[in-house]
Each structure stands twice: as C-alpha cells, then as structure tokens.
Design a protein around this ligand. Structure first.
Ligand SMILES: Cc1ncc(C[n+]2csc(CCOP(=O)(O)OP(=O)(O)O)c2C)c(N)n1
Ligand code: SF4
Ligand SMILES: [Mg+2]
Length: 333
C-alpha cells in the first residue's frame, strides 16, 4: 500500500467563507500541513482576508496578522526581526498574498525583502485576477482572458508576469511552483520551503471557479489540466538550480484546459494555437535550463582534472537586522 506523505493534522478547520470549489482555500489547507502549527501568517487585502470568517471566529489555527495591501513582505520582515530579537527566531513567518497583492501592488516590498534575503516564506496564491473586488484584471491575468475590466472583445492583450522567474532573478535560496491538484508535490514543497533560511517564494496556481467561470465541482480537474498541458509546470529552483518536480510524459493540448473555463469562451482557434506555441516554447526553455544546470553540477562533482564549472549563484547572506541598543525609556510624570 502506498505510504501517505501528507500530514493528517488539520490547521485549517471548518467555518471558512470561501466560495464552493475555491482553489485558494485548498491551497491554504495544504500549505499549513507543510508548515506546521507554529507558523505566523501575514495576509494582505485579498479573498483570504475574508475567507477565515468574521472576528472573533477564524478557520485558521495559526497566528494571523492582516497587513495593508502593499506591505505583506515588509510586515513579514518586521515580524521576523521582532521574533528574532525576542529569542523566537525559529518561528516561521509566511506572507500569503494574492496575485494582485504580489505581482502588482506588493511587488516593491517583496522585491526589496528578497534583495535583502529576509528570512521568511512568501506565498502567492495566483487566481489570475483581483477576485475579492469583482474579478478585475491583474498583472498576472493571462493573455486573452475575460475579466470585468477586460470584457468580451477587449480581452487582455499582454502576457502574464512570470513571478517565479522574477523572484529567481533576485537569487533567493528557494523558488517553487505548486498546484493544489497535485497535493503530494505541494506539501513536499511547503515542507522544504519551511526548512530553509532566507527568502523563499512559492507560487501557487489557485483556481477560482467564480472568476474562471466553471462549475465549482471541476476545480481539481481544471487545476490538473493546467499542469497536464505544461501550461503551469511544477518545478523548484534551489540555490539557483532548476528541477522539474513532476511532468506528464504526454501533455494534453492546452485547448482542453482553456475550453473548460468560461473566461476563455470566446478564444479563436488562432489564439489557442498562439497560446499552445507559447506554452511549448516556455516548456522547452525550462527543460533546457534543467539539463544545463544538471550538467554543470555533475561537472562540478567530477574529479579535479575536469575544469571546475561555476557554481550556481552564491546564496546571499540571510538578512540580520542590525539593532541599535534602545535608549532608556522616557518617563513622563
Ligand atoms: C491600497 C488598496 N487598494 C485597493 C484595495 C481594494 N482591494 C481589496 S482586495 C483587492 C483585490 C485583491 O486581489 P488579489 O491580490 O489578486 O487577491 P484575490 O482577491 O484575488 O484573492 C483589492 C483591489 C485595498 N484594500 N487597498
Ligand atoms: S472569489 Fe474565487 S478566490 Fe475568492 S473565495 Fe471565491 S472562489 Fe475563492
Ligand atoms: Mg487574485
């Protein structure tokens, strides 16, 4: 019998108020299984600021701090510094934001924190639009997608920002993609990310039946098609070295994924062909990079007569905030 690798402990319990079939809800449930009960979540304005339920109730059994939309990474950096200062540096701090809060409005704080290699995990659950405020397009909305601000006939005409690769360009210790439709791979990456130091980034494809326009019962299947078609590949980049963690040997046509969703209802055959060609080119780029980096590592491990290959990018030092000794407290009468 196959051994189950996903912990049975539930850190997200009943009572959440997400729509039926919400991929972001499943993503949080799986993520917490990988992180464990000590995690402190920092959540900005997004669906997940609402999903836990009305105060004082919450479906989350971990500490949660709500940040302003743009400051998730800054707040996570500060919380981690405070925990370190008070001798609790082992507590994992996790920013958990939507694609709007990551690719658009929070990108400055995230980029700054990643450049300093602040010690936290940042998770973007990417439902490819500003869902909480009514399905407006974000920088992560894919080309030709319908949203309320890219209506029929005026669908989005620019590509989705490639956030994992943008974070990889910051040379942080760990970047990975994950998909709740592949739970073992998902939880393994959450666990690994939690075990590392420095800035770690997890990019999750989070189906939103409300905005993607399909029946909620199809959430897991639509997510599967995203990876089965190579449109959302599963990979991780550890210390600059990319590894594809799971891939189908026979990808399904990307049309199957697109046709399963109302937001792509009006796509023409030519547009689908264009998307298919782009998916193929990106996939081949990933495969080529994986092969190149594997070869470099093998060369490095070879006996000394083989010329030493350059190591993948060196890890930046983990940011340790320098503290100025506080001056004695002021006493007011
Ligand atoms: C500075 C600021 N601008 C706008 C808003 C309004 N707002 C709240 S949630 C949200 C959408 C968030 O989108 P995303 O980050 O993709 O998360 P999702 O809602 O899709 O889960 C917006 C625009 C806000 N709260 N603060
Ligand atoms: S709008 Fe989408 S992301 Fe938000 S709770 Fe509903 S299904 Fe989830
Ligand atoms: Mg979103």
């Amino acid at each position: 019998m196959a051994k189950l690798t996903i912990p049975s402990e539930e850190l997200m319990v009943g009572g959440h108020v997400a729509c039926p079939g919400c991929g972001a809800a499943l993503a949080m449930r799986l993520l917490l299984k990988g992180l464990g009960p000590k995690a402190v979540m920092v959540i900005p304005a997004c669906c997940w600021a609402v999903i836990p339920g009305a105060m004082p109730g919450t479906c989350l059994k971990v500490s949660t701090v709500f940040s302003s939309f743009e400051s998730t990474a800054a707040m996570a950096s500060g919380i981690k510094a405070g925990l370190r200062r008070t001798g609790r540096g082992d507590v994992p701090v996790v920013g958990f934001a939507g694609d709007g809060g990551t690719a658009d409005i929070g990108i400055q704080a995230l980029s700054g924190a990643a450049e300093r290699n602040e010690d936290f995990l940042y998770v973007c659950y990417d439902n490819e639009a500003y869902m909480n405020t009514g399905i407006q397009r974000s920088g992560s909305t894919p080309e030709y997608s319908w949203t309320t601000t890219t209506p029929r006939g005026l669908e989005k005409r620019t590509s989705k920002k490639d956030m994992p690769m943008i974070l990889d360009a910051h040379r942080i210790p760990y970047v990975a993609t994950a998909n709740p439709s592949f739970p073992e791979d998902f939880v393994a990456k959450a666990k690994k990310a939690a075990s590392l130091k420095g800035t770690r980034y997890l990019h999750i494809l989070a189906d939103c039946p409300t905005g993607w326009k399909h029946d909620p019962s199809q959430m897991v299947e639509v997510g599967r098609l995203a990876t089965m078609s190579h449109l959302f590949p599963l990979y991780e980049i550890e210390e600059g070295r990319l590894r594809i963690t799971w891939a189908p040997s026979n990808p399904v046509p990307v049309e199957k994924y697109l046709r399963a969703q109302g937001r792509f209802k009006d796509l023409t055959a030519e547009q689908i062909e264009e998307i298919q060609a782009e998916v193929k080119a990106r996939w081949e780029g990933l495969k080529a990079r994986e092969a190149r980096e594997k070869k470099a590592v093998e060369k490095e491990a070879a006996p000394p007569e083989v010329s030493a290959a350059p190591t993948p990018h060196p890890a930046a030092p983990v940011s340790e905030t320098v503290y100025v000794k506080p001056s004695p407290p002021l006493h007011f009468p």
